[in-house]
Design a protein around this ligand. Structure first.
Ligand code: NAD
Length: 308
């Protein structure tokens, strides 16, 4: 079996058309759409993500505000920056880039966000709504995972609900950022779900779990963690990992996923590549949430629209 390589860029391009239309409608209605980012320190992966977001926002004509603070900034300064963005009427969505430097209380920063502008659903209110199955905003990476899966099902003529009801989904990685939101979305699909983290690997049990998966979602941040031996024949593998790996003789690091693509294509039915899989869809989804947030800000408190 040679796996189909799922083209995330093509899926992102289609989503981009929809988001451009939503943006156009917001402009016509006089609803300001703006995305602000807060970067603390200089984490290379966060900076690479920021550059991608700048390009996406520029291509779509979305207003951007970019706040950068030194890695030594005290948490009070980060909270003050977030509160200032909460008050800016030109900003409808705020993204705090992760990882924050060690010593910054992430929970204090997230709690300072205006929940209406919290487009990654990290404020406790939004994280709670997501866990309850009634999200205000669906965090972009987990949303992208299921948008890619849904698109692949549609393209291959498989009925979504029937597929998910029969599917065993295994999620590797359990972060608040990716793994847990992906599990919440898998609950909403009424699939059978298993969630594992690094302790499965420490106990040498990772393969015992992952080989059960009809759909294997991998978000561990470990290059080439998933090899052929971890994959059930005919599974669909969604690689979320983005890892910068140095190669001898090369000036810039290469971007690789968590899945050994060359090996896994010999066993899986379909697999997302890195780069060019989940990542491009994630970026567009964040803009989509920013438009939704602008619409939410334009209606009376409590009357906001929910994600779909
Ligand atoms: P994280 O470090 O916060 O969490 C990693 C999770 O994986 C933890 O639950 C950890 O226990 C688990 N894990 C680590 N090593 C493991 C192992 N050997 N076996 C099993 N589980 C293991 O990372 P994160 O923020 O969740 O991001 C995960 C990956 O996804 C990173 O590579 C990140 O760059 C990438 N990412 C991609 C996108 C995208 O748009 N594609 C967006 C966000 C994050």
């Amino acid at each position: 079996m040679t796996a189909q390589i799922i083209d995330g860029r093509k899926i992102a391009a289609r989503l981009c058309e929809d988001v451009a239309a939503e943006l156009g409608a917001a402009v016509v209605d006089g609803v300001p759409v703006g995305l602000a980012t807060v970067l603390v320190g200089g984490d290379p992966a966060a900076r690479a993500y920021l550059r991608r977001l700048d390009r996406t926002a520029a291509a779509l004509g979305v207003f951007r505000r970019s706040v950068t603070l030194p890695g030594s900034a005290p948490v009070a300064d980060v909270v003050a920056a977030v509160r200032e963005l909460n008050r800016d009427p030109a900003v409808s969505g705020i993204l705090v880039l992760r990882p924050l430097p060690p010593g910054i209380d992430e929970a204090a920063v997230f709690a300072a966000l205006d929940p209406c502008k919290d487009v990654e659903a990290v404020h406790p209110e939004n994280a709670g709504l997501l866990a309850l199955g009634t999200p205000r905003y669906i965090p972009s990476t987990a949303a992208a995972v299921f948008h890619v899966l849904d698109s692949w099902l549609d393209e291959t003529g498989q009925e979504r609900a029937g597929f998910y009801h029969r599917a065993r989904i295994v999620v590797v990685g359990r972060s608040n950022n990716v793994g847990k939101p992906a599990v919440s979305l898998a609950f909403a699909k009424q699939a059978a779900i298993t969630s594992v983290d690094e302790w499965a690997s420490v106990g040498n049990q990772l393969g015992a779990y992952t080989r059960r998966a009809d759909v294997l979602i991998v978000a561990a941040g470990v290059p080439q963690l998933i090899r052929a031996e971890h994959v059930r024949a005919g599974a669909v593998v969604i690689d979320v990992g983005i890892n910068l790996v140095e190669h001898p003789g090369e000036r810039t690091p290469r971007i690789v996923g968590d899945v050994a693509l060359d090996e896994v294509t010999g066993r899986a039915r379909a697999v997302t590549p890195v780069p060019g899989g989940v990542g491009p869809v994630t970026d567009i989804w964040l803009v989509r949430n920013t438009v939704l947030a602008a619409r939410n800000a334009a209606v009376a408190p409590g009357g906001d629209r929910r994600a779909s």
